[in-house]
Design a protein around this ligand. Structure first.
Ligand code: ADP
Ligand code: MG
Length: 921
């Protein structure tokens, strides 16, 4: 057999000596060359084999043994193999690592090849390219997440102008297809939101110095030759895919948008080898339709995963009460892209409110949804001819569940528009499809159609006949066994089956001779002698075998035909089924959010076009749940970032003027470590996200003027634990905020300036707040341990000081987690250190040092911040401390240090402080 033949002759063979390439190797090299950039899974018998570099890459990535097979041009050929039955699992791992795989199958029976001559090679061809962004199999996909393929196209701006980008993205497993035009920041935010499984760009863009560093930081970016991104042919390629005369029927798109969309389509066609999976016509996502959240903010707020990369502990995990995979995907999508249109947001709130108030409807709907299968993904597989019998069953059950849900919604009378729409979509698929599937499909279904047995008995007369014949023959074989046992007198004689011999008679070794001697040897033909058994065939068995095989073949043929017919029927109704699938997801998300609201006591937020931001009794949705597990209460807190009432700007200005000048407040939150500052900051951002995604919120009451951009940053010191952030990153990120935040933005800054020496940090924080207040004019929360900053409130009318209350009790600090107006009196660092278990001697010593430092501080130039003019370019004249005094101070500081007891970080900080002090003279 081909599979057992060496791919090239072994060492001693004449071919190797001559450096000749064997026919199989020739075929391999040809196929490999036709699929550049892919690992080639080359089918040989029951294995996919990988050769040469592919083998090295795969064996390393998969941890499988690297062997060698024969020689090529005088050198060993590295090889490793993946057994067919585990191929999905290995594919999954390779894809997850960002590899692309070309699956090459034998496209004819090896017996056929043999007919052409003993040396001929079995025909093979690539049947599929598996890439991270174009998967459809459940085993390769995460049921709870969308898997997007995205394409980025760029139009360079004229000199001095910013480049524009078009982003197109689709999920072939669910048919979603969208386009957007963005500036660079918008593009990056979108990629962060979508987390595409694969991004395609032109070779030129991939090598562009402006984008290369970013592109290379993303997983699975595939550069393509320029033809895929050819703007001139884009419209034509798109309309061909959707079989329409012009894409204008989908809306008017810019050439740049069409280019990105066509690149997606072309890539799909190439990877699916010409198949055209059903896609919704592309729709445009307006740049301001969703709340813009950049990558750092998403990570920092732990929206869909924690900083450690876990789903558990994220906001998504805390709020996900969906009962279907499609619902879970939609929830993740909505969380990633909160809306900015207050009317659309209210519509979602209306729908959630409906299920909050009607517990019965909520329970019923959720109960029904639980049994609804993943319609969208089954549909997609059927359409690309990768589906199986269970996918047909999923369509049957999904259509049924959809109709039932629509009925029950209809019975409930008046329902909000969002639900009425969903209900209409649920009825769209033709019930006859579901009925036909129900009558055709058996109870128990195999995973693969080629295993047969999925068509119900009684559905097809011809099928039933062949099956009867097949089963009858099996009974005849059983009878034969009894007869042979009689005839031979061997009680333990068995008729068995395997793939090599087919049906055969087996007796134990001691009886073998009897069957091999006359007269029995006329009937029993010896085939095999094993250690314990001897095997024979008979003419009768051979005949029966042929009968069974042909009956089984015919039965399977009929089943496969039936499958194709049903599949075609489903494919023809794909558009309707897809809409029903989406409606099921909407119902799931809506009831899940209602369930969450009831279970966790969330309130319906008001979202409007103002710049208000009023949260009463707000809680952190994740921390609250974590505390609840330990039985601890979460202390609710208020927040009000609304623009202060007039007079500001001057009362004499007209209403229009006033509104134009209107801007939200900045809250400056001070308080010791562990008081709850970070929690408080994040909870307010999360409440805004929840409100705008259409969820109720963990608060007694919330009124939010739509936020269009959300920024959140943490000072570098907090980040050091993760070992990836530095002061530089902190500053780059802060710069991005100061450059981008506008009046509608919400900005969360947590301990900015902490990653450097005290005076540096304080100055940066100081200037940052001034800039937010004067230039960005956004709503903001700023947590800090620099008390000095509270002095700014005297100068900045929209800056509000708040502090997290702590109580000192018998020398210990007690955290009350209550946010109140005012400033922290001090930082309680030593008390916190004591709580943390620092040795008493160290605590006592620290107190002494603190007292000394505080005494010194009174004469230090840090005082006098109150006089610092806003945005003053000219540095204030120093109070001229004498050089000797500075020197003495540095020496005094030095003598206080205990290098052996310092962490590297503390040492570095001390060094900075000393340097700063030395520079002061
Ligand atoms: P900070 O940023 O001020 O150092 P954190 O926000 O990190 O403090 O909070 C420290 C811990 O205090 C949290 O892990 C949480 O367990 C607890 N905590 C914070 N806020 C609250 C609250 N409002 N109610 C109850 N516990 C809280
Ligand atoms: Mg903190």
């Amino acid at each position: 057999m081909d599979a057992l033949r060496p791919i090239v002759s072994d060492d001693t063979g004449p071919a190797a000596e001559a450096g000749r390439i064997t026919p199989v190797m020739g075929q391999y090299i040809e196929i490999k060359a036709a699929n550049p950039g892919c690992l080639l899974f080359y089918r040989m018998g029951d294995f996919y084999e990988l050769f040469f570099e592919d083998a090295e890459v795969a064996s390393h990535a998969l941890g499988i043994v690297l062997t060698k097979r024969g020689k090529h041009l005088g050198r060993d050929i590295p090889m490793c193999g993946v057994p067919i039955h585990r191929a999905d699992e290995y594919l999954h791992r390779l894809i997850a690592l960002g590899h692309r795989v070309a699956v090459c199958e034998q496209t004819e029976d090896p017996a056929e090849a043999k007919k052409r001559g003993n040396k001929s090679v079995v025909r093979r061809g690539v049947v599929r390219l598996v890439t991270p962004g174009t998967l459809t199999e459940d085993s390769l996909l995460d049921a709870r997440r969308n898997n997007y393929l995205a394409a980025v196209a760029r139009a360079r701006g004229s000199p001095g102008e910013e480049s524009r980008f078009a982003l197109a993205w689709l999920d072939i497993s669910t048919a979603e297809f969208r386009i957007a035009e963005r500036d660079r920041a918008g593009l990056m935010a979108d990629i962060a939101r979508l987390e595409p499984g694969e991004i395609i760009v032109s070779d030129a863009l991939y090598g562009d110095p402006e984008l290369a560093p970013w592109l290379r930081s993303l997983p699975a970016v595939t550069p393509l030759p320029r033809d895929a991104f050819d703007g001139a042919t884009a419209e034509r390629r798109l309309s061909a895919y959707f079989a329409v005369a012009t894409t204008e029927s989908f809306g008017i798109f810019s050439r740049l948008e069409l280019t990105a969309a066509a690149a997606c389509i072309t890539y799909v066609e190439r990877t699916q080898l010409g198949q055209r999976p059903p896609l919704s016509p592309p729709t445009r996502e307006a740049p301001d339709a969703t709340l813009l959240i950049d990558q750092a903010t998403r990570a920092n707020l732990e929206l869909v995963r924690t900083l450690a990369g876990e789903r558990a502990g994220s906001l998504l995990a805390a709020i996900d009460r969906t009962v279907t995979a499609a619902g879970s995907r939609l929830l993740a999508q909505r969380l990633a892209a909160p809306l900015t249109d207050s009317a659309a947001i209210s519509r979602r709130h209306d729908a959630v409110a409906y299920f909050v108030s009607d517990a019965q409807a909520r329970r019923n709907t959720r109960e029904r949804l639980k049994s609804a299968p993943d319609l969208a993904r089954s549909l997609a597989r059927l359409v690309v001819a990768r589906g199986g019998p269970r996918d047909l069953a999923a369509i049957r059950d999904g259509i049924g569940a959809a109709a039932e849900l629509a009925d029950s919604l209809l019975r409930s009378g008046e329902i909000p528009p969002e639900l009425a729409e969903a209900s209409a979509a649920l009825r769209r698929p033709d019930p006859a499809i579901s009925a036909e599937l129900a009558s055709a499909l058996a109870e128990e279904l195999p995973y693969l159609k080629r295993d047969g047995g999925f068509v119900r008995a009684g559905f097809d007369a011809a099928l039933d006949e062949h099956r009867a014949l097949r089963d009858e023959s099996r009974r005849v074989i059983a009878a034969l066994q009894a007869r042979y046992a009689d005839e031979t007198g061997v009680r333990a004689l068995k008729v068995r089956h395997n793939n090599v011999l087919g049906y055969f008679v087996e007796v134990s070794a001691q009886h073998g001779d009897r069957l091999m001697a006359a007269p029995l040897n006329a009937t029993f033909i010896h085939r095999q002698t094993l250690a314990g058994q001897v095997r024979f065939t008979t003419a009768e068995l051979g005949e029966l075998e042929a009968k069974i095989a042909s009956a089984a073949d015919r039965a399977l043929g009929i089943e496969l035909d039936t499958f194709e017919r049903l599949s075609a029927r489903v494919t023809a109704a794909a558009a309707d089924i897809k809409e029903a699938a989406e409606a099921l997801a909407v119902l799931d998300v809506t009831t899940a959010l209602a369930e969450l609201a009831v279970a966790r006591d969330y309130a319906r937020p008001e979202v409007d076009a103002s710049l208000d931001f009023v949260i009463e009794g707000g809680r952190h949705p994740v921390v609250e749940q974590a505390l609840a597990l330990d039985g601890g209460p979460f202390v609710a807190n208020d927040c009000d970032l609304s623009p202060p009432p007039p007079p500001y700007p001057p009362a004499q200005a007209g209403e229009g003027e006033r509104r134009k000048g209107e801007a939200g407040r900045i809250w400056l939150i001070t308080g010791p470590n562990m008081a709850g500052k970070s929690t408080y900051l994040r909870q307010n951002a999360l409440i805004a996200i929840l409100a705008q995604m259409g969820s109720f919120v963990p608060a007694r009451r919330a009124r939010i003027g739509v936020v269009d951009r959300l920024f959140s940053r943490v000072g570098a010191a907090d980040d050091l634990a993760r070992g990836r952030s530095t002061f530089m990153v902190e500053m780059v990120e802060t710069a991005a905020i100061l450059n981008q935040a506008g009046r509608r933005s919400l900005v969360i800054l947590d301990e900015i300036g902490r990653g450097t020496a005290t005076f540096d940090g304080l100055s940066i924080a100081w200037a940052t707040i001034e800039h937010l207040h004067e230039a960005n004019r956004c709503r903001a929360l700023f947590a800090t341990h620099f008390h000095e900053l509270t002095a700014l409130a005297a100068k900045l009318p929209r800056l509000h000081n708040a502090t997290v209350r702590v109580k000192e009790w018998q020398g210990d600090v007690v955290f009350l987690h209550e946010v109140m107006p005012g400033a922290a009196d001090r930082s309680y660092g030593i008390q916190v250190a004591k709580l943390a278990g620092l040795p008493p001697a160290v605590i006592e010593r620290a107190k002494v040092v603190l007292a000394r430092l505080e005494a010194e501080d009174r004469i230090s130039p840090a005082r006098g911040f109150e006089d610092l003019p806003l945005f003053s370019a000219a540095p204030r004249a120093e109070s001229v401390p004498r050089r000797d005094a500075a020197l003495a101070a540095v020496i005094a500081k030095l003598s206080e240090l205990h290098p052996d007891e310092m962490s590297p970080r503390e040492a570095l900080e001390a060094l900075y402080a000393l340097k700063a002090q030395a520079a002061e003279k």
